[in-house]
Design a protein around this ligand. Structure first.
Ligand code: F1P
Length: 348
């Protein structure tokens, strides 16, 4: 096996995995699973660790946007260490959602045990099942088999499932239909951008900053984590406009600044990226629709050109970061299938 082959294969087969998951989602009885925990009456609190915590944040942003009710995301460790910060004394009715590919992560399993002790109903979503599935009266187990240490299709599939639920609560058939188009869209885009990202990843960077706003911000966090995990390179994430307020002091000719550009904030966000290009950075832009200025100024522009809501594109945006991390690790002579210091599951 070539270095990173398993992880790259799992990244590239996401269209087929999404297709399978969408078939399952259409068969689930949502009324039975979550019907009596409507976001109108219960605050949904998404819980996870590592990649699954960034997934939790993307799910919370989706619920807030699609249901109009505020949803939150917390790392599982916060519930274990400072639970009164997550569930304040005046906490109203809430509905925790535990997210774990393995279902074996110690912090998440402990939270499930705690919630059961407190007789607090919760939902779990997992791929492997394990203890979390056994502890959860309400569970979604997706048909995703992932050998890689780092999470790729498990992240995108579980996020898609949670977005599907948010759309279901809102009776938003248009959004559910939009999700159905993503497998074909990603297949098409991979044909164009897989090789381009591999070429771009041959450059060596000393500093990497991934920028985004809004619901794309958790995706920037996950992209940075993929680069860190898969290539043992230090990557940071910032709200795009925040990057001017100090962190831009790191920018030099050895810096990569990647911006996941939203449609709502495109003008303001792309201006930051262009400023960093002026300061000497290598600029990577991911956007639904680019401008000639962006194409002429950036070192790589990934353009989706999808006729679906931006919120439905979150799982497409992250794929380019998954590839960037793997190709960067391979370029450094590392093996993204066996990342330094990492195990597939964190047990403590
Ligand atoms: C959570 C996690 C991943 C990380 C690595 C170790 O896994 O921390 O976020 O990338 O794979 O496990 P899980 O709880 O979703 O199984």
């Amino acid at each position: 096996m070539n270095r990173g082959e398993t992880t790259l294969h799992e990244i590239r087969k996401q269209p087929e995995v999404w297709e399978q998951c969408l078939k399952v989602l259409k068969t689930l009885n949502w009324e039975e699973l979550v019907g009596n925990r409507n976001p109108k009456t219960h605050e949904w609190i998404f819980v996870g660790c590592g990649t699954s915590y960034y997934l939790a944040q993307a799910a919370a942003a989706t619920f807030t946007r699609l249901t109009g009710r505020l949803a939150r995301a917390v790392p599982a460790s916060e519930i274990l260490l400072v639970s009164n910060l997550v569930f304040p004394l005046q906490q109203g009715p809430c509905f925790p959602v535990l997210i774990s590919r393995s279902g074996h992560t110690s912090e998440v399993v402990r939270v499930a045990e705690l919630l059961r002790q407190q007789k607090l109903e919760f939902l779990s979503i997992t791929c492997d099942g394990n203890e979390l599935q056994e502890l959860s009266p309400r569970v979604i187990k997706l048909p995703v088999t992932e050998e890689s240490t780092v999470m790729t299709s498990s992240f995108t599939s579980m996020l898609m499932a949670l977005q599907y639920i948010a759309a279901w609560f809102g009776g938003n058939q248009e959004f559910m239909d939009a999700l159905q188009t993503l497998p074909a869209s990603l297949s098409r885009l991979l044909k164009t951008y897989d090789k381009k990202i591999e070429g771009f990843a041959q450059k060596e960077f000393e500093d990497i900053a991934i920028l985004a706003q809004g619901a794309l911000y958790p995706i920037a966090q996950e992209v940075a984590l993929k680069v860190m995990e898969s290539s043992s390179s230090y990557a940071q994430f910032f709200h795009t406009l925040e990057f001017r307020h100090g962190p831009k002091s790191i920018v030099s000719e050895k810096t990569l600044v990647g911006a996941l550009l939203s449609e709502e904030g495109f003008e303001e966000e792309s201006q930051v990226l262009l400023e960093m290009k002026e300061l000497g950075a290598h600029a990577l832009a991911v956007t639904n629709h680019a401008t000639d200025t962006l194409r002429q100024s950036c070192d790589l522009v990934i353009e989706h050109e999808l006729a679906v809501p931006e919120l439905a594109q979150l799982i497409v945006y992250v794929v380019w970061g998954q590839l960037l991390g793997s190709f960067s690790g391979i370029r450094k002579g590392l093996d993204p299938d066996n990342p330094r210091n990492l195990s597939r599951v964190v047990t403590i």
